[in-house]
Design a protein around this ligand. Structure first.
Ligand SMILES: Cc1cc2nc3c(=O)[nH]c(=O)nc-3n(C[C@H](O)[C@H](O)[C@H](O)COP(=O)(O)OP(=O)(O)OC[C@H]3O[C@@H](n4cnc5c(N)ncnc54)[C@H](O)[C@@H]3O)c2cc1C
Ligand SMILES: NC(=O)c1ccc[n+]([C@@H]2O[C@H](COP(=O)([O-])OP(=O)(O)OC[C@H]3O[C@@H](n4cnc5c(N)ncnc54)[C@H](O)[C@@H]3O)[C@@H](O)[C@H]2O)c1
Length: 468
């Protein structure tokens, strides 16, 4: 018997368990694959490792003096080796050791809920039954979604997993999708030497501010990729030589040596026993602001990708801190702070989610886009600024191209959205996140003076454009 059982030891499950132990309760974590989850081995870490060396090379090539010192091309084999190290060579010894040191008990195997607060763990035909005194937390994450395209499954395409763990660089890579994974992997494989064709049915990064997709598309094309917006795949086949043939709905044919499908995610809830408690297997788990699953009796929680609130590691870990702490509070009968911005509420999921897309240029955003703010019924004013016109940007790189936008809620005079697109803007994002979460009035932001000559001076330029 444990106080809490967590199913899934990805970044979110690990952090839930940590908070539970810190709160003085006992916890067991169930993991069927590698402790560390998708993020550590097939998502965030390996993909960013695939992108980083090329970004450093591009940065050097943008600067006279440094450019001359760069005499060769990207060493793809060295990049793949560095990626292997960042994926811990797909072993989880380090993370298992951390679990042990944190006082968390690990059960390996497939976790399934069989009734209220009971989880069965199956490994190689043997079953262990775990009972939770207080709560069960589902942190089983998500998997790549495959669309219903004729012949696609038989052609055994890459998903993000195979792309992130690739041991060879295909000469020609076709990519179905135009979202975050498709854009990052098109950038990575173009830099590694593939000829990439990106089939972005709904456009590139179409949920971001429009200039983000435009600048990323332009840069991918300059780097040699073919970006086809509006293109839809009708059928796929792979011949005996391994070549993949794609036929588009307009009849055009495209051949590639590998095909990556990146069209979104599906929750890992098919086989976790949801039917035993009256929920639908395969569905996303709907939760309240304390991450408690709606209509599940009060003992079941879901955090991370599986609740669909924000499919990002940092946001899942934020939920993990809230859910771990609220389970402890409820177990002790302590007050629950579930009001807006309360300790036990994942309020930031609503309108203050930060994200960096590690393309070239990078896309860093937080909160609402102008379109989303308008759709939410806010009275907004949109202020744009050419990032290249900031002195710090010109110094940062010759030919710097970028753009910044702030979205102001005109009724409250606070920022509700901020997007930066440009080389190396990732590290600039947190200032905007603080302004959005802190609901800092624009009048006060005038007193937050950016240092000269940094790219952050774009804040001053945006405020000047807004007016005082
Ligand atoms: C290619 C790619 C790149 C990404 N890059 C970034 C990035 O740069 N930054 C960012 O913030 N986010 C990124 N993401 C998103 C990020 O990977 C996820 O948001 C994050 O991994 C979610 O964490 P999680 O713990 O909820 O789920 P997961 O990481 O999916 O972990 C869930 C764990 O549960 C286990 N599990 C599932 N079912 C069971 C079961 N029944 N029994 C036992 N164990 C089970 C799984 O084996 C897995 O280990 C990326 C995603 C992809 C696909
Ligand atoms: N740097 C990061 O933060 C990072 C990196 C990678 C992934 N992620 C997370 O992982 C999640 C998954 O990423 P993703 O790129 O798979 O999903 P996504 O939701 O970002 O993009 C999916 C894309 O596929 C398109 N699409 C959907 N159905 C299609 C179909 N049938 N045919 C063709 N195109 C179709 C959509 O229009 C969209 O452009 C995202 O939610 C993202 O937050 C984050």
């Amino acid at each position: 018997m444990y106080d809490v059982v967590v199913i899934g030891a990805g970044p979110v499950g690990e952090n839930v368990a940590d908070r539970i132990v810190r709160g003085g309760l006992t916890v067991a974590v169930v993991e069927r694959e590698l402790v560390g989850g998708e993020c550590s081995y097939w998502a965030c870490m390996p993909t960013k490792a695939l992108l980083r060396s090329s970004a450093a090379l591009q940065a050097a090539r943008r600067l006279p003096g440094a450019r001359e010192a760069v005499t060769g091309d990207l060493d793809a084999a060295a990049v793949l080796r560095r990626r292997d190290a960042f994926a811990s060579n797909w072993t989880d010894d380090g993370q298992v050791a951390w679990l042990e040191s944190a006082g968390i008990t690990l059960y390996r195997g497939q976790g399934r809920i069989t009734s209220e607060r009971v989880v069965e763990v199956t490994l190689d035909g043997s079953t262990t039954t775990l009972t939770a005194r207080h709560a069960v937390v589902v942190a089983t994450g998500s998997s790549a979604l495959l669309p219903d395209i004729t012949g696609l499954r038989e052609a055994v395409p890459w998903t993000s997993r195979e792309a992130a763990a690739a041991q060879e660089v295909p000469a020609r890579l076709a990519v179905i999708g135009g979202g975050v994974v498709a854009s990052e992997m098109a950038t990575a494989f173009t830099s590694l030497g593939s000829t990439v064709t990106m089939l972005a049915r709904d456009g590139v990064l179409h949920l971001a501010e429009p200039f983000a997709g435009e600048l990323v598309t332009q840069s991918l094309r300059q780097a040699g990729a073919s970006v086809r917006t509006g293109a839809e795949v009708a059928s796929v086949s792979r011949d005996s030589d391994g070549v993949v043939h794609l036929t588009l709905t307009d009849g055009e044919r495209i051949d590639a040596d590998e095909l990556l499908v990146a069209i979104g995610r599906t929750p890992n809830t098919q086989d976790i026993g949801l039917d035993s408690i009256g929920l639908k297997p395969g569905s996303w788990l709907t939760v309240d602001d304390t991450l408690r699953v709606v209509d599940a009796g009060g003992w079941l929680y879901a955090a991370g990708d599986v609740n669909r609130r924000a499919l990002l590691t940092h946001q899942g870990k934020y939920q993990a801190r809230a859910v771990g702490d609220v389970i402890v509070a409820r177990a002790e009968g302590a007050p629950v702070e579930d009001g807006r911005w309360g300790r036990h509420a994942a309020t930031a999921d609503e309108r203050a989610v930060p994200q960096v897309v590690f393309t070239d240029p990078e896309v860093a955003s937080v909160g609402l886009t102008a379109a989303a703010a308008q759709a939410a019924g806010l009275r907004v004013r949109v202020v744009d600024y050419d990032l290249a016109a900031v002195a710090g940007s010109a110094l940062h790189a010759d030919g710097y191209q970028g753009h910044a936008r702030m979205v102001v809620d005109e009724d409250r005079h606070v920022l509700v959205g901020f997007t930066l697109v440009g080389p190396d803007v990732a590290e600039l994002l947190h200032a905007a996140t603080i302004a959005v979460v802190g609901e800092v009035p624009l009048d006060r932001l005038w007193h937050a003076v950016p240092a000269y000559p940094t790219v952050s001076e774009v804040w001053l330029r945006l405020l000047e454009a807004y007016g005082r």
